[in-house]
Design a binder for this molecule. Structure first.
Ligand SMILES: *Cc1c(COP(=O)(O)O)cnc(C)c1O
Length: 370
């Protein structure tokens, strides 16, 4: 008997990766950062590899090492590396490292010495996001230093890459502008005498909509989990995560009754109130108070009042609901239940955040298709 669960359909992940695979001749890196966008890093990685992903992408060194500890030996790139990490453990574990500055390059050189082998690097250029990546101004110096370290046998420059600002809005002018900057950056790479095997730029949105950005490798994350980065388009992807809970308690309450903290909701008529044991500690956004959609007893309902830390309430009117009934917050949408997209809209956020929140909660994650 379960009280609340996050179900992850690994077959959906496999289907989504196959679909993405069919869109490109480039190699495919399934991005499994943030515990596989809340789906579980190791099961998500295995499902993606089953379906033809060539690479795995993560942010932290620990995420990369977790994949290796699970026995996964596919190529892995880790790109969010603050100073002072034991990068040599990544080098020894055959983890490729993202590098965007001279100090970072120095650290990888040190890590190579420590590990007794050349670190495999992906040099990142900032083409407009103003996040990770060397500025165009700093790029030539980084390339020269990397070329020298490579000539000295201390590192191997395997990749050159960047990341989009706004690929989820197809046609946005930043896309072409960033692509042009990336091409300039690649020309400088050649002038520095580097010939990296992988040039990569495309996230999910660009993988789905811009084949001219695929280069040698695409890096979809969101789409692997069946969610679309582009509003109003599904691209035939199938959401892999379902979040649901059993009603804990029902009771009949009078018209005019205030519900939950602050009484921001008041019953219009006499009502069957259902208490659902999921709250913001479990991933339900508190911003979904009075807006979050939930399927219960064959009908779509809206959260009544504030979302609490551990529970929320539904006003079911005169509908017969009972303790133990299943309330579905979101799933793949095929049964009329809401989707993570519906939740994102209700909570004023994006589908990325919804699944990531639910995955990193105390709710047990259960797998289908293992
Ligand atoms: C998260 C991330 C991705 C994947 O982005 P999606 O929009 O989820 O496809 C790709 N590249 C980098 C650098 C990222 O941080």
């Amino acid at each position: 008997m379960w009280q609340a669960e996050v179900r992850v359909d690994l077959d959906a992940i496999r289907e989504n990766v196959s679909r993405l695979r069919a869109l490109t001749t480039a190699e495919l890196m399934a991005v499994v950062k943030a515990d596989g966008y809340g789906h579980g890093i190791v099961p998500a990685a295995r499902a993606a590899l089953d379906a033809g992903a060539d690479w795995l992408g993560v942010c932290t060194l620990d995420e990369a090492l977790a994949l290796r500890a699970a026995g996964i030996d596919a190529p892995v790139l880790a790109w969010l590396l603050a100073p002072g990490l034991p990068l040599h453990t990544g080098v020894a574990a055959d983890v490729d490292l993202g590098v965007a500055s001279l100090p970072q390059l120095d650290e990888t050189v040190e890590a190579s010495r420590h590990a007794g082998r050349a670190a495999r690097l992906h040099l990142k250029i900032d083409t407009g996001l103003s996040r990770g990546g060397a500025t165009v101004a700093d790029w030539p110096a980084l390339l020269d230093a990397a070329a020298k370290a490579q000539a000295d046998g201390l590192v191997e420059v395997v990749g050159v890459w960047s990341h989009f600002v706004y690929a989820d809005l197809p046609g946005h002018p930043t896309i072409d502008r960033q692509l042009a900057v990336f091409h300039e950056g690649l020309a400088m790479v050649e002038r520095a005498g580097l010939r990296p095997r992988y040039r990569h730029l495309a996230n999910s949105a660009a993988t789905l909509t811009r084949p001219d950005t695929h280069f040698d490798l695409v890096r979809p994350g969101l789409a692997v989990y069946g969610l679309s980065p582009v509003a109003g388009e599904t691209y035939g992807l199938r959401p892999a995560m379902t979040a649901r809970a059993r009603v804990m308690l029902t009771k009949r309450i009078p018209a005019g009754t205030g519900v939950s903290y602050g009484h921001t909701y008041t019953t219009q008529g006499e009502a069957n109130l259902a208490v659902v044991p999921l709250g913001y500690a479990d991933g339900v956004p508190r911003h979904a108070s009075n807006t979050g959609p939930v399927q219960l007893g064959g009908a779509r309902r809206t959260i009544a009042g504030r979302v609490c830390m551990d529970q929320f309430m539904l006003d079911c009117g005169d509908d017969p609901v009972a303790a133990g009934d299943v309330a579905t917050l979101f799933g793949d949408g095929s049964d009329g239940a809401p989707t993570a997209d519906d939740w994102a809209e209700a909570a004023g956020t994006i589908n990325y955040e919804i699944v990531t929140r639910f995955g990193s909660s105390r709710v047990p994650r259960v797998y289908d298709g293992e």
